[in-house]
Design a protein around this ligand. Structure first.
Ligand SMILES: [Zn+2]
Length: 265
């Protein structure tokens, strides 16, 4: 295989790995932010439940005071009844007593409604407390994981950057390598990758068929053939094609293994 092409394959593996690492590095803070938002939401829910419970309690205290006040009034009115002389006076007092009794019944109904709301709020407080605990633990775990990932990825990026610079230096130093490198950079910038593996008579990046003659030239393993050193490009997407004969070897390669083994020829 063309030596420049071999170096380009390594370069692409390095570029893709750098992209993957940088992507994960940039997503890590978003995960922390999402966990922080979930925690804040649980805190708000707990706060709302607690405030609601306090509000209901205060409401019931004031309702109880109102009941007592009306009971006092009724007691006073009954005393007045004992000394009432006319039927009209008695009727007026009875009317007043009945008014306060109705008012007490209404207050007691309202107190019952408040107790029902309190039950719901206590349930909500329990749920919010549990959610808060879970979300607090989740955030702590994500923070630790993010810190580890940042440390690891930052170091890995620096190390691959150094390897990548060495690969590019090798290409720049070869007679045709500089030109191949600029083609690679141009296509990679436009399409995400500059190289594509030719497999099953197709360009694996754009899935277009490779013409039979080109396929034969590309896969010709005779080191003396006229195409042994040619870099073919996909006629459809323009990516430089490479053919890995190990694909046809009776060995099972796990995904990524062939490309990573390419960096340690
Ligand atoms: Zn293609």
């Amino acid at each position: 295989m063309n030596t420049d092409l071999e170096h380009l394959i390594v370069l692409q593996a390095q570029d893709l790995e750098l992209r993957r690492l940088r992507q994960q590095l940039s997503e890590a803070p978003l995960e922390v932010k999402a966990a922080e938002a979930a925690l804040a939401l649980a805190e708000t829910a707990l706060d709302a439940a607690e405030k609601g419970l306090a509000r209901e309690e205060a409401l019931r205290r004031s309702q109880e005071l109102d009941v007592k006040e009306r009971q006092g009034k009724i007691a006073r009115l009954r005393k007045q009844m004992e000394t009432a002389s006319s039927a009209a006076q008695i009727s007026a007092l009875e009317h007043e007593i009945s008014f306060f009794e109705q008012s007490i019944a209404k207050l007691e109904d309202e107190e019952l409604a408040s107790l029902e709301r309190t039950e719901g709020l206590e349930l909500a407080r329990g749920e919010a407390t549990l959610t808060l605990e879970v979300n607090t633990a989740t955030l702590a775990a994500i923070r630790v994981r993010t810190a580890d990932l940042t440390t690891h990825h930052t170091a890995a990026i620096a190390s691959i950057e150094a390897e990548r610079a060495a690969t590019r230096a090798l290409l720049s130093a070869s007679p045709a390598g500089e030109a191949q490198l600029s083609v690679y950079d141009r296509i990679a910038k436009a399409k995400g990758t500059g190289l594509s593996e030719a497999a099953d008579h197709k360009c694996s990046a754009c899935q277009m068929m490779v013409r039979p003659q080109r396929w034969n030239d590309l896969t010709d393993r005779d080191p003396h053939s006229e195409h042994a050193n040619t870099i073919f490009t996909c006629e459809s997407c323009g990516r430089m094609l490479y053919y890995d004969p190990r694909r046809d070897a009776p060995v099972r390669w796990t995904p990524g293994e062939r490309i990573s083994s390419a960096s340690n020829p």
